[in-house]
Design a protein around this ligand. Structure first.
Ligand code: C2E
Ligand code: CA
Ligand code: CA
Ligand code: CA
Length: 280
């Protein structure tokens, strides 16, 4: 506290000023990015580890900035959340993913379930219209689990009863729910029985050290057993080696996602690698 007092007048250091400037610029640029078609969705396959059929993919946003080139979501999602711009961006992501799923079904005859990441800020938005999402799905004939929404643990601990009813509405409309980054956030597991969740995604920090660290393997095994008993399927994130794939498969993990199968790739690349046209 003493230090704080002494430093108070030096708070705006040159680097802080640089950051404030950078941030303001980022916000300005983000404001026009949707209208200028600078966002793109990359797709990463989620594959069955148990020989099951059915392809899934996670849609991950990319920003092709006219001057800076490809900008990672890590750099702009937080700012988009703080400014509320994530609501417009999130609606775009949903519409884009839904149209893509319908397009793949029509062109390739394959139903690919597409997962999108949905920020807690979108859920907390009181003006959020679930109807407009559901109507688009109806128009595109996508009401049979073609879309999955990935949420994080923090949202479920929110204590906001509106969230729970929104999740129910989505599920009633044929949208599935994934719990992303499982194991990194909160230790309370009570919410797992309170909410209807379809998939648990084991965070990559657990998958990463499966080779060397047996504690992480024990945790993965326990998560898989628990999830199955609660009626959920499990997706392991960050699967990079064949060894990781094997031990996860042996432990009963349902799906894997990671560089071993593919990095997130643009639409055309995803089609070339994972989809085969109906009439060629
Ligand atoms: P996430 O939802 O946990 O997505 C998984 C991240 O792990 C992605 O990073 C993906 O490229 C990366 N990844 C996949 N497989 C591997 C692997 O085998 N090894 C390693 N080291 N990494 C792997 P990405 O695309 O940079 O996205 C970062 C985060 O940005 C996402 O984490 C998500 O939280 C957020 N994000 C991305 N797209 C959206 C979006 O449309 N909306 C929102 N709200 N957030 C998004
Ligand atoms: Ca995710
Ligand atoms: Ca994740
Ligand atoms: Ca993450």
């Amino acid at each position: 506290a003493k230090d704080e007092g002494r430093n108070r007048f030096h708070y705006f250091t040159p680097s802080m000023q640089r950051y404030a400037k950078y941030r303001m610029r980022l916000i300005q640029d983000l404001r026009s990015a949707i209208a200028d078609h600078e966002f793109e969705l990359y797709y990463q396959p989620i594959v069955s580890l148990q020989g099951g059929l059915g392809l899934k993919a996670e849609a991950l946003i990319r920003w092709r900035h006219p001057k800076r080139g490809l900008v990672s979501p890590i750099e702009f999602i937080a700012v988009a959340e703080e400014t509320g711009l994530i609501i417009e961006i999130g609606n775009w992501v949903f519409q884009q993913a839904a149209r893509q799923s319908a397009l793949w079904r029509d062109r390739f005859g394959i139903e690919v379930q597409i997962s999108i990441n949905k920020s807690p800020v979108q859920f907390r938005d009181e003006g959020e219209s679930i109807n407009s999402w559901v109507n688009l799905l109806k128009t595109l004939n996508l009401t049979n689990n073609n879309i999955c929404i990935e949420i994080t643990e923090g949202l479920l601990l929110d204590g906001n009863s509106a969230i729970s009813s929104k999740l129910t509405q989505y599920r009633d409309s044929g949208i599935q729910i994934s719990l992303d980054d499982f194991g990194t956030g909160y230790s309370s597991l009570a919410y797992l029985k309170k909410f209807d969740i379809d998939f648990l995604k084991i965070d990559q920090s657990f998958t990463r050290n499966l080779d060397s660290n047996s504690d992480d393997f024990t945790l993965c095994e326990a998560i898989i057993v628990m999830a199955h008993k609660l009626g959920m399927k499990v997706i392991a994130e960050g699967v990079e080696t064949d060894y990781q794939r094997k031990i996860l498969a042996n432990a009963g993990c349902d799906f894997g996602q990671g560089y071993l199968f593919s990095r997130p790739v643009p639409v055309e690349k995803f089609e070339q690698a994972f989809l085969v046209p109906v009439n060629t």
